[in-house]
Write a protein that binds this ligand. Structure first.
Ligand code: ATP
Length: 347
């Protein structure tokens, strides 16, 4: 049976990069059927909604979702535009957000004296609770007493399952090291619970070395000595911020792929580049499609087509190492589609 894929390009450069990911999947011969999902801020401008009310019901029929990017502040407020994304993560219990950050050969690293693969980390971000929970409220709106409260919501169950997943991931890697990102000197409830759970779960993984690092120190060390990180586990907000930084140190937002995983496979998982809709370059045909293409490879791996996942990843790596076809973010003048064509030729 072919994999049923929902192609959800979204806004801005989303459609441009998702088109290339589809092209590569088809050229690889991946056994997929594609259904185009045209929900975005253009729909919002017409109907007042970025997605239909039953969007989760419609999407749950698919094996996986390949998303581009959501958001265009000219059409809809950003916090409205991203609701379907957050809704999918929570509604489909995609509690693991996997964001690899690898410095590949042929890529300019903005950090001094870094060789290929000096940076090779896997950031695992909690994706369904923590700081991004829609709990809280605004009071006394429009008055000098106006107040806003945003609740950080950490459960033992949610914390334990993401930490356990991260330990399992670390166990499969050569270095077998896990860094837990925290801020328990200031966030004395949520992050102290996180630390307690970390210590409890660690007892089941005596073969994995682990350490704890405050998020501010981690931000500094991602730049100062990124080679010390192997697997990194963090809360929703910390992971969001640190992975933009991780994307930049491996050469830019154009390479950073991600997977939003429901490990139990009760619902579809969702795959997306880390970057947003990049309104500054949208519509110009110059976005780098590699993050979307690598996200598609992560999707195939998760679905079980490891052979094609590896082929696509190798084609991307050989493209980065050898090809002169580069979009402007890499100092070239190639179009988005030319990068896609180069990957296809290498498959
Ligand atoms: P959003 O609000 O949707 O997250 P944003 O512009 O705030 O959008 P990004 O879309 O991630 O954030 O873009 C940040 C910067 O990185 C922009 O200058 C953008 O042009 C650049 N960028 C992002 N993705 C790509 C890409 N695929 N190729 C080239 N440049 C990119």
């Amino acid at each position: 049976m072919p994999y049923k894929i929902a192609l959800y390009p979204g806004d801005g450069i989303g459609p441009e990069v998702v088109a290339e990911a589809r092209k590569v999947l088809e050229a690889a011969g991946a056994d997929c059927t594609f259904t185009l999902i045209e929900w975005n801020t253009t729909l919002y401008a017409k109907t007042g909604k970025c997605a239909p009310d039953d969007y989760l019901d419609q999407l749950k029929e698919f094996d996986a979702i390949l998303l581009g990017a959501l958001g265009n502040s000219a059409n809809a407020p950003d916090h409205v535009a991203v609701q379907p994304l957050l809704g999918m993560r929570r509604g489909f219990d995609q509690y693991v957000n996997i964001r690899p950050a690898v410095l590949y050969e042929g890529v300019d690293c903005p950090l001094k004296n870094k060789k290929p693969f000096d940076i090779d980390m896997l950031v695992i971000r909690e994706n369904t609770e923590g700081e991004y929970t829609p709990l809280g409220g605004r009071h006394y709106a429009g008055t000098p007493h106006e107040a806003a409260m945003q609740v950080n919501y950490f459960t033992r169950m949610g914390t334990e399952r993401i930490i356990r997943y991260a330990f399992e991931a670390a166990r499969k890697r050569t270095r077998k090291h896990l860094t837990s990102i925290t801020k328990s000197n200031a966030l004395i409830y949520s992050m102290v619970l996180w630390d307690d759970v970390m210590k409890d779960v660690a007892k089941d993984f005596p073969d994995v070395k682990w350490s704890s690092m405050l998020v501010d120190a981690a931000a500094m060390n991602f730049v100062r000595q990124p080679e010390i990180f192997d697997v990194v586990v963090c809360s929703n907000l910390f992971g969001d911020i640190l992975t933009d930084l991780a994307a930049v140190i491996i050469g830019g937002m154009g390479f950073a792929a991600s997977a939003n995983i429901n490990p139990a496979k009760n619902y579809p998982s969702m795959f997306e580049p880390i970057h947003g809709s990049a309104p500054d370059i949208a519509g110009k045909g110059i976005a780098n499609p590699l993050a979307a293409i690598m996200s598609a490879a992560m999707m195939l791996e998760f679905l079980g087509d490891e052979k094609n996942a590896v082929r696509i990843s190798q084609a991307v790596q050989s493209h980065l190492k050898e090809s002169a076809v580069k979009t402007p973010d890499r100092g070239g003048s190639a179009q988005t589609s030319e990068v896609g064509d180069d990957i296809v030729a290498r498959l």
